[in-house]
Design a protein around this ligand. Structure first.
Ligand SMILES: Nc1ncnc2c1ncn2[C@@H]1O[C@H](COP(=O)(O)OP(=O)(O)OP(=O)(O)O)[C@@H](O)[C@H]1O
Length: 576
């Protein structure tokens, strides 16, 4: 195996300096093991290797999208992601393998968006766009990306990577789908750029022969760079005329090592070398919140905001269906909510156990009532009273909010509430009428309390027998409120009716605290819609925002746009 690693280079002189790099997506299956890479400033470095050997992963670690498990990476003299390193940021230009472009943007809009992120002025962006459109043989800049051919789209992606003249250019297969003439143009542009501006360029390609124009080539295989040298040195050292032959020779020369036994010793090997853990947190990619002050400065960065507002507005306008969806869906949901759910509760099942009358069936009752009063010597007398509980239930039945069901005893009535068959259970004692008329009679006559209680004992009743006992399912506040209201209102009407039939002025039973109607704000009978609509609206808006944001995030991640924006120094939460 050939090793031309310069031992004496300083990391500050290198554009990229990788030492003891270990990376696994799923431990212990390491993609690269103890990898070392040295790339001097002002050179073109071609990273070659079989498909799936880890080239893209290595580039992702270099630009700071992914983190190493062990080892260190220095890019342009700093660690990617650290403050002041400029990586990610405008010091690097990154062309990912995926297209990573908004296909509903035109070429011009794409260049404006990324140009603003890189901190370029609008005039500069226009000039650069014109130059790159010509150099890369692109159609008019007004054409939408989605209407370009595959090769043209990749060239737009390349234009985005190079537009801000970065110090380090990282190009992941830029020449895929590009014809030989344009490929030659791209290479000649890179060579000129390195000469003129001392740019450093890393390029991956499967067209091994085009790498002869690079200053240095790294052959990647089995998790390591098995050779790293200039094309001329490699050709002469292996006595080959073509780089492809060198690659084949190198591959054959390398010992075939069983993957599994090697994996078992990998972590041991890393720790025995005293290798430090990867930059940043272990196995975590994207450093969104590492340094608060650094993040705040980015958050308030006006150029990022301008670019992102431009992007969001343009995407909304271009995706008319999405716009309709975002604005119409909450409206439809609120209308449906109000129509189907938000109305006043109706027919709430109410269980009745009335011991005053004989139970017949759950839906039926032979409940009749009677009240006869007369006035003698200016004093009201109750001559006859029968089943006043039925009179009260008659008032209750007129309400649309409740639906009465009858039960033979108080236990089954309470059981109905416990089982969720009814919202409340109402129980009348068997001497309810007797106790109520006794109470009314003495209230009208104005006897003192001692006399009343004495007489009650003699008659074999207690004043509590007039209580209508209510057991409520209070789990739903609004339903409980409606039941409270209906039971109280029915009782008020029941009392006023009785007083009227007994020639007593209704004001006698009027509550002392009088709520004036209408209230200053709101209504006398707030509806269920008033209660539930704010909550429903909040839920709808919250879930819509979550759904839209996560779908944007997932799409951008899949299309590589998130990676590209991150490398261009847009923080993850700004991408949202
Ligand atoms: N996020 C990920 N999670 C798990 N495995 C991954 C992930 N990304 C890549 N891999 C795997 O890591 C290996 C190396 O992938 P990578 O894209 O780095 O290879 P590559 O050398 O760039 O390939 P190509 O030349 O085809 O682009 C592949 O086997 C791939 O399936």
């Amino acid at each position: 195996m050939m090793s031309n690693k310069p031992e004496d280079v300083k990391k500050d002189d290198c554009a990229v300096y990788v030492r003891h790099a270990w990376k696994a997506y799923r431990k212990p299956h390491y993609l690269f093991t103890d990898l070392e890479m040295t790339m001097m400033k002002g050179t073109i470095y071609a990273l070659l290797g079989a498909s799936g050997c880890g080239k893209t992963t290595l580039l992702s670690c270099i630009v700071g999208i992914k983190r190493l498990n062990y080892g260190e990476i220095w890019v342009l003299g700093g660690k990617p992601g650290s403050r002041g390193s400029g990586v990610p940021g405008s010091r690097i230009g990154y062309m990912p393998q995926e297209l990573a472009l908004y296909d509903d943007f035109s070429i011009k809009e794409t260049m404006l968006y990324f140009g603003w992120i890189f901190g370029l002025k609008t005039k500069e962006i226009k000039e650069t766009t014109d130059f790159l459109v010509q150099l890369l043989d692109l159609p008019t800049a007004k054409r939408l990306v989605r209407n370009l051919s595959g090769g043209q789209q990749r060239r737009v992606s390349l234009a985005v990577a190079v537009m801000h003249a970065p110090d380090l250019l990282i190009l992941d297969e830029p020449t895929v789908g590009v014809d030989p003439i344009l490929r030659a143009n791209i290479w000649s542009y890179m060579v000129q750029d390195v000469k003129k501006r001392n740019t450093s360029i890393i390029i991956t390609t499967h067209y091994i022969e085009e790498a002869t124009q690079a200053h240095r080539i790294g052959f990647m295989r089995d998790g390591q760079l098995i050779a790293e040298d200039s094309p001329a040195q490699l050709l002469s050292a292996y006595g080959c005329r073509h780089l492809e032959d060198v690659f084949l020779k190198l591959a054959r020369e390398q010992q075939t090592v069983e993957a599994t036994p090697k994996d078992k010793h990998i972590e041991k090997k890393a720790s025995s070398k005293g290798v430090s853990e990867g930059q940043g947190s272990k196995d975590k990619d994207y450093g969104c919140c590492g340094n608060f002050l650094y993040d705040v400065r980015h958050f308030t960065n006006p150029r990022s905001f301008k670019a992102i507002m431009f992007r969001n507005l343009l995407r909304l306008v271009r995706n008319f269906q999405a716009l309709l969806f975002i604005f119409l869906l909450p409206v439809i949901q609120v209308v449906l909510f109000c129509y189907c759910i938000g109305n006043e509760p109706r027919d709430l099942p109410l269980a009745i156990a009335n011991n005053e009358v004989e139970y017949v069936s759950p839906t039926e009752t032979h409940c009749t009532h009677k009240l006869v009063c007369s006035v003698k010597n200016n004093i009201t007398h109750i001559d006859e009273a029968e089943s006043l509980s039925c009179r009260y239930l008659e008032y209750l039945e007129t309400s649309d909010s409740v639906n009465l069901g009858y039960y033979s005893n108080v236990d089954s009535c309470r059981g109905a509430v416990e089982n969720g068959d009814a919202w409340a259970c109402l129980h009348f004692e068997e001497n309810f009428t007797q106790a109520l008329t006794f109470r009314m009679h003495h209230a009208i006559r104005g006897q003192n309390i001692t006399d009343i209680l004495l007489e009650a004992i003699l008659e074999g009743i207690t004043l509590e027998d007039t209580d209508i006992k209510v057991w409520l399912d209070q789990s739903d506040q609004q339903i409980a409120y409606v039941l409270h209201r209906e039971l109280q209102e029915s009782f008020k009407n029941f009392t006023l009716g009785m007083l009227k039939d007994c020639y007593v002025h209704p004001n006698v039973a009027k509550p002392v605290v009088g709520f004036q109607s209408p209230p200053i704000y709101g209504t006398d009978r707030p509806s269920f819609m008033d209660f539930a609509a704010p909550g429903a609206l909040l839920i709808i808006v919250f879930f819509l925002a979550v759904a839209v944001t996560s779908s944007v995030l997932i799409t951008e991640k899949q299309e590589g746009l998130l990676d590209r924006s991150y490398v261009a120094d847009i923080l993850l939460y700004l991408c949202l």
